[in-house]
Design a protein around this ligand. Structure first.
Ligand SMILES: *Cc1c(COP(=O)(O)O)cnc(C)c1O
Length: 381
């Protein structure tokens, strides 16, 4: 008899839900009872908890990680003629709001170990912006796969060149460097609560963090259609957006936040187990000293696109899902290829798209499941 192996989940939201289902039901029922679906009391409560969790002075919830970036850049006054440096090896949402504001993303290459932006890349990006006749205004550093970028270097470079630093922490909420959590590492930090992110709600959601009081007031106004601070609903100070988080999502996030630190510990245990088992077969992820990742993805590097295809197909046949984040660098995408990029090409980003393969990663992955994944990869390689 040929027993088909049990399928393994890429992200197991059902296991998490089972753990806190009663509390979620109670939290949702409480919102249904009070009926304040927009900016209800759970929003204020969640923002207090998010500020306490990160150590940021201000935490503002919003409608998504993409809107968090948009609101931050609207508040910073980014617009036509401006350039924002950002990595080419990231999700589309990173450059999207730059382009929507009429500004220009300038794509830079990434480090081959951390997959995050580097100082030489940023320097080359700055030169490319100047050459294109653009005014460089800022950097969006992405914390790819859950590992914070090197903000100490990035912030110093930005300060020397008069640039804003915006952290795209959509994948890294909960991560830290030394004792400092994501949310406090850059001037302004945007994160996402998309269901599959390390801290996810049951729909779209996001948050913005800053220690800058003035910026916080403007971002708060922008997410509420530009309402004047302290004014009523029909006192409009600036052009804003409908950028609020739903009260129901805040209620869900409040319950998920209770178990989040424990989940971060579990995610790190899963990552350590993978790396111990896989390091002899292939290149495992590299975390910089003093950094605690939240492992939004556990991403291997394989020697070539052909080997990757072989490994992904072999895992799939064994009921093990994988994903390629990301199959194309953004400076090659139809929507973005007319924007400037660091001169001389972006060889690392261009290579990574052929070599990366992300494995199942969530806090409830069992050791027997991991053993099966590791053994299958060993056999395939
Ligand atoms: C998910 C993600 C976003 C966008 O977040 P949404 O909440 O889906 O809008 C932005 N940047 C990166 C790097 C992401 O992974």
């Amino acid at each position: 008899m040929n027993l088909k192996p049990e399928a393994i989940a890429f992200v197991n939201l059902a296991a998490q839900q089972a753990l806190i289902r009663d509390r979620l039901n109670a939290a949702i029922t409480a919102v249904l009872d009070h009926g304040q679906y927009i900016m209800g009391p759970e929003i204020t409560a969640l923002e207090g908890h998010l500020a306490a969790f990160t150590g940021a002075r201000h935490a503002l919830t919003c409608s998504s990680g993409t809107d968090a970036l948009l609101i931050a850049m609207l508040a910073l006054g980014i617009g036509p003629g401006d350039a924002i440096l950002c990595p080419a090896f990231t999700y589309t949402a990173t450059p999207e709001s730059i382009a929507l504001l009429g500004a220009s993303p300038v794509f830079v290459d990434v480090d081959e170990n951390t997959f995050n932006v580097t100082l030489p890349g940023l320097e080359a990006g700055l030169a490319a912006a100047k050459m294109a006749g653009l005014k460089a205004k800022g950097i969006i550093a992405v914390d790819l796969f859950g590992q914070p970028a090197s903000y100490t270097e990035i912030n110093a470079f930005a300060q020397a060149n008069g640039l804003y630093v915006i952290a795209d922490a959509a994948q890294s909420f909960g991560a830290s460097v030394g004792g400092a959590r994501v949310g406090t590492l850059a001037h302004v930090t945007a994160t996402s609560f998309f269901p599959a992110k390390p801290l996810g709600c049951y729909g779209d959601g996001g948050a913005i963090f800053t220690d800058d009081n003035d910026l916080a007031l403007v971002m708060d106004s922008i997410r509420l259609h530009g309402r004047a601070t302290g004014g009523d609903k029909y006192d409009i100070a600036r052009v804003g957006v409908n950028g609020r988080l739903d009260t129901l999502q805040a209620a869900i996030l409040l319950e998920k936040l209770v178990i989040f630190e424990d989940e971060i510990v579990k995610r790190n245990a899963v990552a350590d187990f993978y790396s111990r088992g896989l390091a002899t077969f292939t290149r495992v992820p590299c975390v910089a000293p003093n950094v605690r990742s939240v492992w939004a993805q556990y991403t291997l590097r394989l020697p070539s696109a052909a080997v990757r295809t072989h490994v992904a197909a072999g895992l799939k046949a064994d009921g093990i899902p994988t994903a390629v984040y990301y199959p194309r660098p953004l400076h090659h995408q139809t929507a973005y290829r007319h924007f400037p990029a660091q001169s001389g090409g972006l060889p690392i980003s261009e290579r990574l798209v052929d070599e990366v393969l992300s494995l199942p990663m969530h806090p409830y992955l069992r050791q027997d499941e991991q053993d099966r994944i590791i053994n299958t990869i060993g056999r395939l390689l």
